[in-house]
Design a protein around this ligand. Structure first.
Ligand code: IPE
Ligand code: IPE
Ligand code: MG
Length: 246
């Protein structure tokens, strides 16, 4: 166990795991090799996050836009997800992590959907780290799906428009039982959200690093947590150290 006493540990960290392709290319390997090493890296990083004391870890694995990649790459990614979810299951049985998936699963193959159902069901009472994987996830798609469900409930009289507030809307999102992220990390130099939890990140701290995902290990995660520790989260107020009546 490390000593993290000087650090403010974020309760929920989200990660855009970017740069697998470029990382592999730099080694003269196919992009899919980067995805394979990236997936292996994730297995370790979940354990590291747990050890550091992070309670929720949510990762962006495949976006609604990623279907636009070459067929071969999409196929390889789906194959990797199958393999990865199996490993996830075995790990969860050992370390009691609770696994959730977010996104629109209806577009995934039936066997993958079934794996997801079993994984979520069999880990739902576990009290270790809450680990969430976004598969075929897009923030706009999530909000529209949620809005449709909400409208249906409204029409059926299960909810009333008068009660619509931020909390009620949040309850229709895929992340309904997950708190908003405190810290959002994106690897590999890109500084954009790429359709990643736009509602949920309204007040998160952002951390960008040039390190590619396959090279993002515990040490890099701790660097991000260190940067987070120094941030002043004001939520629209003045700084807590500020003089009143100025
Ligand atoms: C992230 O790495 C993995 C997925 C989006 C599935 P990329 O595949 O985007 O790698 P780069 O950004 O092209 O290097
Ligand atoms: C975002 O990365 C999606 C995931 C990491 C799964 P991309 O590589 O797809 O994002 P863009 O295309 O650079 O914005
Ligand atoms: Mg990318």
């Amino acid at each position: 166990m490390g000593d993290y006493s000087g650090l403010k540990i974020p309760k929920h960290v989200s990660i855009i795991m970017d740069g697998n392709g470029r990382w592999a290319k730099a080694l003269g390997k196919p992009r899919t090799y980067g995805h394979k090493v990236g997936a292996e890296n994730l297995v370790q990083l979940v354990e590291d996050a747990d050890e550091i004391g992070i309670k929720y870890l949510t990762v962006y694995a495949f976006s609604t836009e990623n279907w636009n990649r070459p067929d071969m790459e999409v196929k390889t990614l789906m194959r990797l997800f199958r393999k990865y979810l199996k490993i996830c299951y075995q790990k969860a049985m050992k370390n009691h992590s609770r696994i959730r998936l977010i996104g629109d699963f209806s577009k995934l193959d039936a066997d993958l959907q079934e794996m997801i159902r079993v994984l979520e069901h069999d880990t739902k009472d576990f009290e270790g780290i809450n680990f969430t994987i976004a598969l075929n996830y897009g923030s706009r798609d999530e909000m529209l799906r949620g809005m449709k469900k909400m409208l249906a409930d409204c029409k059926a009289g299960r909810i009333s428009e008068d009660n619509l507030d931020e909390e009620l809307f949040s309850s229709y999102l895929d992340t309904s039982d997950i708190p908003d992220p405190d810290l959002m990390i994106r690897t590999s130099g890109e500084e954009r959200l790429s359709n990643w939890m736009m509602w949920q990140h309204a007040y998160s701290e952002f951390y960008f690093t040039d390190t590619a995902w396959p090279d993002f290990h515990k040490e890099e995660l701790l660097e991000a947590v260190k940067a987070y520790t120094l941030r002043d989260r004001r939520y629209g107020k003045v700084s807590s150290g500020e003089e009143p009546n100025v």
